[in-house]
Write a protein that binds this ligand. Structure first.
Ligand SMILES: Nc1ncnc2c1ncn2[C@@H]1O[C@H](COP(=O)(O)OP(=O)(O)O)[C@@H](O)[C@H]1O
Ligand SMILES: [Mg+2]
Length: 477
């Protein structure tokens, strides 16, 4: 699925990276970025923010980021806002499309005043910031559908290696924003969310973007380690500290030196251990069990919980002082059923990934299957969704995943979750629903305006005006 038109752009461009101007050859151009010919000196710019100077109607400069693919291709992804992109790249792209006289998606002949193609229904006019914003919105979480489809290995791998996060909902965009902000400092972070919502993924994402990225990320699952072993696990012990201590053991805190210590399920930590952890957090120093040497550990603490810690404090199960100590920066990850827009995006991403992995050519989900995915309440959140998709990919004998393949349990939760809005204001809720359905239609149709109109049961101009009305999504680069 390609979200925006791509036109060939065989011109020389200049990339300003680390104060060096590198001339490279452009290949093609879209609203999201520019593909350039591989160049040795571009190596140094990998994942760097750069300024790119190029000739459109006139000479322009845009900010971007260089991403290098496995097949030795480079793309500069534009980081500019929709206003600037629509007035420069969008204007150029649109004029080239009309000049060519045919739709860049289906090659049908087009007229100058067609905003979208009458045959395939794709956008033709990219001069409006709303349209650009709408399209850019779907690259949030670095899910570039078009690139995923055209260079599966290249981008599939990138997503893995960098543990890219997927999400298009407002909630996830706020979380991406917090991850970036929290990565710049060393304060403790508390991540709250149901199981399978991505707490560990969030912790890793903060670590990987922080200055500690090349140091260890150490996980301690406080619920999985028996109470009497937790202290030894965390702090380590000296030889002879107790009967079975035949040699010195280095604890996880020491292992994490310079890096990040992720304390998962902190709500399950026994009270005695909480006191010891608090003491450690005071000045980040400790002694191994049975030892005297004061050891300083340079670690950042990220803790996660699926229980309401404030409630646990009220019930006397969690120390109030430790709660305040950990609760400096928080991230609340909503359950998947509360961010409907993410469901199909995640489902399609994992369908693509697993069918590639086992070499099946599965095209997508049947409309009924999509409906079932959207209506299910996902008590196990993203982890459950991944398992469901993986199983369906293995079991299906068709090129489309059906509702049967998904084998979702019927549940009664959905009705409850559906009618629990924060306000009962009718207009507000109708607008919310309208915006939500519009986004879903966009995901299902792959940005095809005619299909969106058909799915939504409205005219194509109405789709266009709704996109303008909601100025969908803010761009997160
Ligand atoms: N937004 C997301 N995009 C991609 N994968 C996700 C996302 N959220 C969760 N996952 C995946 O779902 C699984 C469960 O996530 P995890 O971070 O272990 O959840 P938690 O710690 O909250 O139980 C992992 O495989 C993780 O990579
Ligand atoms: Mg977890």
């Amino acid at each position: 699925m390609r979200l925006s038109a791509r036109i060939s752009y065989n011109k020389q461009v200049f990339i300003d990276c680390k104060r060096e101007i590198i001339p490279v050859q452009g290949i093609n151009l879209s609203l999201l970025g520019l593909k350039i010919k591989d160049h040795d000196r571009i190596n140094d710019c990998n994942h760097e923010d750069v300024v790119i100077m190029m000739e459109l109607d006139e000479q322009i400069s845009l900010r971007g980021k260089v991403i290098r693919g496995e097949s030795n291709e480079c793309v500069v992804f534009f980081k500019e806002g929709p206003e600037l992109i629509s007035s420069t790249v969008g204007k150029y792209l649109t004029s080239k499309i009309y000049e060519s006289g045919k739709c860049p998606f289906c090659s049908r002949k087009i007229n100058k005043n067609e905003k979208y193609c009458k045959k395939c229904g794709m956008f033709l006019d990219y001069t409006k910031p709303e349209v650009v914003r709408f399209i850019q919105d779907f690259k949030v979480g670095k899910v570039f559908y078009d690139l995923l489809e055209e260079h599966p290995e290249e981008f599939g791998e990138k997503l893995e290696k960098h543990r890219e996060f997927i999400g298009v909902s407002e909630e996830m965009k706020k979380i991406f924003d917090l991850i970036r902000k929290y990565a710049t400092n060393d304060y403790p972070v508390l991540i709250i969310g149901e199981t399978g919502t991505g707490k560990e993924l969030t912790a890793k994402a903060i670590h990987e973007r922080s200055k500690r990225a090349d140091k260890p990320f150490v996980v301690v699952n406080c619920a999985a380690i028996p109470d009497n072993l937790l202290e030894a696990e965390l702090f380590g012990y000296e030889k002879g500290a107790f009967t079975d201590a035949y040699k010195r053991k280095i604890g996880r805190i020491e292992f994490a030196d310079g890096g990040t210590l992720f304390l998962d399920e902190i709500g399950d930590m026994p009270l005695k251990m909480q006191a010891k952890l608090l003491r450690f957090l005071e000045d980040l120093s400790f002694t191994r069990i049975g030892g005297n040497e004061m050891i300083y550990a340079n670690v950042r603490i990220i803790a996660a919980t699926n229980v309401d810690l404030a409630e646990a404090v009220r019930e006397g199960k969690f120390r109030e002082d430790l709660y305040y100590r950990l609760n400096v920066l928080t991230i609340h990850i909503p359950p998947l059923r509360e961010r409907h827009e993410d469901i199909l995006v995640l489902a399609k991403y994992f369908l693509n990934k697993y069918s590639r992995e086992i070499g099946k050519n599965i095209k997508g989900f049947s409309p009924k299957a999509e409906e079932a995915l959207m209506n299910y309440s996902w008590p196990g959140n993203v982890r459950e969704l991944i398992n469901v998709i993986r199983k369906a990919v293995v079991l299906t004998e068709n090129s489309m995943i059906s509702e049967m393949d998904l084998d979702l349990k019927k549940d009664n939760m959905q009705e409850y979750y559906r009618v629990s809005p924060s306000s009962l204001n009718l207009r507000e809720n109708i607008e919310k629903l309208e915006k939500n359905l519009l986004k879903q239609a966009f995901i299902i149709s792959g940005g095809n305006i005619s299909k969106m109109a058909r799915l939504l049961g409205i005219s194509r101009p109405k789709v266009y005006s709704l996109i303008e009305k909601y100025k969908l999504g803010e761009v997160v680069s």
